[in-house]
Ligand binder design. Structure first.
Ligand code: GDP
Length: 358
């Protein structure tokens, strides 16, 4: 499955956040056969629609989609030079599908900042510089080779031009993700660059920042087009120790209406380019993970490869129509249940039953 790699400077709250991510029991309850790696945190994607579906279909349980985060050893200045930790760090990050940067915005005189002061934009620059330098090294090695190939093979000319353009962007201090409209990331794929991956920024904030809309807007703009999530990692880990009532009180006391891990899960899911569709029956109401833009047969294949191979049709009703009608039978009677073929592109919130040959 797709993963987000958690990176950030030392002492910004990565371990605190990661511990909160790993301390949930959803996986154990719903995926008893999944092996859980020690450095992987799996969080459920909150989805209130499942509760509603379970009501309508009398389902025994709800199975949400999940998002996986991998803890990657802390980045330090000089990581791109590949000394010790650097090499391992870059190898780990290459395996992740997206980069989740934890940035410190909380003030706490007891927690030392590596550069002596809390400065989110400078911290982001430090991390991005290491990633950019690593990509520049890759390109500097690759470009002469692609140049040689392009002399013999016409079809290598476009990749060459694109690689040179990428180098210019990196030379100007920008990530390839932030300049995605200027390069063809398909043509760069063969190089496994780091900064073409989607970025997500988690601002580890305190109450002061979480209630300061103007400050959060400023930080959002700093990292656009990447998603930004604001949470207090310390509070998130405390929430998991509390019963529902006390947890709600603690959240309310810092002006929040839901745990920050919920918005982190949603943003992570979005950053990875994923969406869900829903199935429901007496056994379970379930959200299934598919890439945005997946077709009906591809969606069926997530349940079982035989469903994709033998795909005939998908019986689809939108979640909103289903709820408005009150039951599948009533939705059918109202003409809200559609039969979709193999070219149908799935829409988030589709409630589906597949017809297939075995
Ligand atoms: P890492 O080095 O990035 O993994 O950082 P840690 O998670 O170990 O956190 C470093 C220190 O900062 C620890 O003492 C944490 O308790 C503290 N810390 C982490 N998150 C917060 C936060 O949101 N607010 C405050 N005040 N302290 C935090």
């Amino acid at each position: 499955s797709l993963t987000l790699g958690i990176v950030g400077l030392p002492n910004v709250g990565k371990s605190t956040l990661f511990n909160a991510l790993t301390r949930n029991d959803v996986l154990a309850a719903n995926y008893p056969f999944a092996t859980i790696e020690p450095n992987v945190g799996v969080v459920p994607l909150p989805d209130a629609r499942l509760t509603k579906l379970a009501e309508i279909f009398g389902s025994e349980r709800e199975v949400p989609a999940v998002v996986s985060f991998v803890d990657i050893a802390g980045i330090v200045k000089g990581a791109s030079e590949g000394e010790g930790l650097g090499n391992k760090f870059l190898a780990n990050i290459r395996e992740a599908n997206a980069i989740c940067q934890v940035i410190r915005v909380f003030d706490d005189p007891d927690v030392v900042h590596v550069d002596g002061r809390v400065d989110p934009s400078s911290d982001i620059e430090t991390i991005n510089t290491e990633l950019i330098l690593a990509d520049l090294q890759t390109l500097e090695k690759a470009i002469p080779r692609i140049e040689k190939e392009a002399r013999m093979q016409k079809d290598r000319r476009a990749p060459l031009e694109n690689a040179k353009k990428a180098k210019d962007i990196l030379d100007s201090g920008r990530t390839l993700f932030s300049a995605q409209s200027e390069v063809d990331s398909e043509l760069l794929r063969e190089l496994s660059l780091l900064t073409t991956k989607p970025f997500l920024y988690v601002f580890n904030a305190d109450e002061g920042v979480l209630s300061d809309e103007a400050r959060m807007k400023e930080l959002r703009e700093l990292v656009a087009p990447a998603d930004a999530v604001f949470l207090d990692a310390k509070v998130e880990s405390e929430l998991l120790e509390l019963d529902e009532e006390s947890a709600r009180e603690l959240l309310e006391s810092i002006g929040q209406h839901e745990p920050g891990l919920y918005s982190l899960a949603r943003a992570g899911f979005h950053t990875l380019g994923l969406q869900t569709y829903l199935t429901a029956g007496p056994k379970e109401a379930r959200a299934w993970t598919i890439p945005q833009g997946a077709t009906a047969p591809q969606a069926a294949g997530v349940i079982h490869t035989d469903f994709e191979k033998g795909f005939i049709k998908a019986e689809v009703v939108s979640f909103d129509d289903l709820v408005a009608c009150g039951s599948k039978a009533d939705a059918k009677a109202a003409g809200k249940v559609r039969m979709e073929g193999k070219d149908y592109t799935m829409v988030d919130g589709d409630v589906v039953e597949f017809r297939f040959n075995v």
